[in-house]
Design a protein around this ligand. Structure first.
Ligand code: ADP
Ligand code: ASP
Ligand code: MG
Length: 594
């Protein structure tokens, strides 16, 4: 008998009528012959209301008590949903996180799932119940109640689907699927019928709030197909599976995090290990940093900039303050009026001109790019918050995301194909003892790389667009791009990597750009290599970058450039040290490598 997990978000259980509608959906599925597990969120905006209550008592409430408080929202809804099912004549039983044996670590407000015991759920299903499980919550080893982080009921649902070996995981929400960008921010956004795990993981981590990004880690690791659909209509929705909608379109979605903060640590001594001390202090507080850019100044000191979610700014600054003297940095600055706009696409790495298209669109919209980072399947630009809506619209338009690609796969095709093929799972669910543990799929080297750096670039729209359009016209394939503050007022620096054989041609373009726009200097370096750590959920597992920096610092290897995504962490290093780096990292990450 097949088993399905149905998750209902806050809006889908916002009042008694909606709770009854959700109950009817589950009963219908049971009548169709499925065993049904429901995962339910707090009613409506109840979690926000609870947060406000705590805020009325004061700031910085004890984390344990916050989780105790927030978990009550879900406890209310599971009981009501179970009652609704009873009132409609079917059998149901509600269970808290603790009662489903959802064991987590003890990091309150962002706890990670360690294990789930399935016996009780399976027994209750065998007895003919619809099991109604509370989303978002778990218990730690000391039986403290923990929560998984905002939006975490998705993760409860997919995790349950994974351990129960469910045939499907349906996410019922207030939109009828995954769109090319948030349809509330951009009405022209298009619903996609299919999106890949990799794309959704990255989109969710970059601001597409429709799915909790950690739920996609589970889905990918355990091969759980996710079906996102509306609670209020019968539209077919979106399948999140291994394959993408199209194999030709370079970009499949855009996302924005409106509330970001840029932090710059100034005057960090340019010695291996210094940046590691800063990142490790931040990672200890479980803050995921993004868009890391280091600029080596002439004085042998570097300025290190990165972004964090604005809500984590305070914790980040506290972390920096705790190590700044030890590191010997001269100070730090921040800007909390910035937003991150990103485009994501699995086919991006195979095509040239994707970055320049994004930069040109932003420049044409009059949007200045403050920072840039790229990775194999995403490009992010940091912009002023007041320009963020215009920026999102411009990139969505530039990649014609409102139009269905001609080779787009349909929902039906995916469903039909899935029926036949065995689902690939990266991790055998029975072998997994720490469900959300870091999963690495490989560590690799790319040799024969070169780097071009432009210092003292005027901070005005259009330069990045010019630069990468000309590089594209010269037929040069650019891999990593980073742009960030140069330490001098209003100036930025841009670095990018190309194949070693393309260095001279790239420098020619860079020199031309220098004479056109005026900038301090252009530097080229060959003999560099890129080391790549690949896996799942690498940015949200905040210790990955720390371990990487730590290992490289111990071997006195300087990191010239770095980029991170949920799927890869890449570091650009001296090619002569590449083998040493590879061996060191293989040792460091041995336990997490599949
Ligand atoms: P739930 O309470 O059901 O979990 P959420 O509010 O967490 O619902 O997620 C649904 C919301 O996600 C939508 O209302 C929409 O505004 C937002 N959203 C953000 N990005 C996207 C996207 N790419 N596609 C669809 N919805 C998105
Ligand atoms: N109720 C929690 C929240 O609002 C969890 C969830 O809805 O996924 O964040
Ligand atoms: Mg949600």
């Amino acid at each position: 008998m097949s088993l399905i997990v149905q998750k209902f978000g806050g809006t889908s259980v916002a009042d008694v009528e909606k709770i009854k509608a959700a109950a009817r959906k589950a009963i219908r599925a049971q009548h169709q012959g499925h065993r049904v597990v429901m995962v339910v969120s707090a009613m409506g905006k109840n979690t926000d209301v609870l947060l406000e209550l705590a805020g009325d008592i004061g700031d910085d409430m004890p984390a344990r008590e916050m989780d105790m408080l927030l978990s009550t929202g879900e406890q209310v809804s599971v009981a009501l949903v179970a009652m609704a099912i009873h009132s409609l004549g079917a059998k149901a039983i509600s269970l808290t996180g603790g009662q489903i044996g959802m064991k987590t670590d003890n990091s309150f407000s962002k706890a990670r799932i360690q294990s789930i015991s399935t016996e009780r759920i399976e027994r209750l299903l065998d007895e003919g119940n619809i099991v109604v499980a509370a989303g978002f919550q778990g218990i730690d080893d000391d039986l403290n109640i923990t929560t998984l982080g905002r939006g975490g009921s998705d993760t409860t649902a997919v995790a349950l689907a994974a351990v129960l070996g469910a045939d499907a995981c349906e996410i019922y929400t207030d939109v009828d699927g995954v769109y090319t960008t948030d349809p509330r921010k951009l009405p022209e956004a298009r619903r996609v019928e299919v999106v890949s795990y990799d794309e959704m993981l990255e989109l969710a981590s970059l601001g597409a709030g429709v799915m909790h990004s950690r739920s996609i880690e589970f889905a990918k690791k355990f091969g759980v197909p996710i079906h996102v659909r509306s609670s209020f209509s019968d539209t077919e929705g979106t399948m999140i599976v291994a394959e993408s909608e199209s194999i030709t379109q370079p970009v499949s979605g855009a996302a924005m995090t409106a509330d970001e903060a840029r932090v710059t640590v100034l005057g960090v001594p340019d010695v291996p290990g210094k940046s590691q001390q800063i990142f490790s202090a931040i990672a200890k507080r479980k803050v995921a940093i993004d868009m890391v850019v280091q600029n080596i100044g002439q004085s042998g000191r570097a300025d290190i900039s990165f972004t964090v979610p604005k809500g984590e700014l305070k914790a980040t600054i506290a972390a920096i303050d705790s190590v700044i003297d030890k590191v010997g940095a001269t100070g730090h600055t921040h800007d909390d009026q910035v937003s991150k706009v990103s485009v994501v696409g699995s086919n991006m790495a195979l095509q040239t001109g994707v970055a320049s298209r994004m930069f040109r669109a932003l420049s044409d919209a009059g949007v200045n790019i403050q920072m840039i980072t790229t990775s194999e399947i995403k490009i992010s630009a940091l912009v002023a918050k007041e320009q963020s809506a215009a920026a999102l619209r411009a990139v969505h338009e530039a990649f014609q995301l409102h139009k269905r690609p001609s080779d787009a796969k349909s929902w039906h095709q995916i469903k039909a194909e899935r029926g036949k093929a065995d689902v690939d799972t990266l991790v055998n669910r029975l072998q997994a003892d720490a469900l959300e543990a870091l999963t690495l799929t490989g560590i690799s080297l790319t040799q024969d790389q070169a780097r071009v750096t432009l210092h003292g670039v005027p901070d005005k729209p259009g330069i990045a667009a010019d630069m990468f359009e000309m590089i594209g016209c010269a037929g040069i394939f650019v891999d990593m791009i980073v742009q960030g503050y140069d330490g001098e007022d209003g100036l930025t620096s841009v670095s990018f990597t190309v194949k070693e054989k393309d260095l001279d041609a790239s420098l020619k373009v860079a020199n031309e750009i220098q004479s056109r726009h005026g900038m301090r200097d252009v530097i080229g370096a060959d003999g560099i290599a890129k080391i790549t750590v690949s896996g799942i959920g690498l940015r949200s597992h905040t210790h990955v970058a720390t371990l990487l920096f730590d290992r490289l610092a111990q071997d006195s290897i300087n990191v010239e450039m770095i980029n991170t995504s949920e799927l890869q962490v890449n570091a650009v290093i001296d090619a002569k040290k590449a083998d040493l780096a590879l061996k060191g990292l293989e040792k460091t990450f041995a336990d997490s490598l599949l």
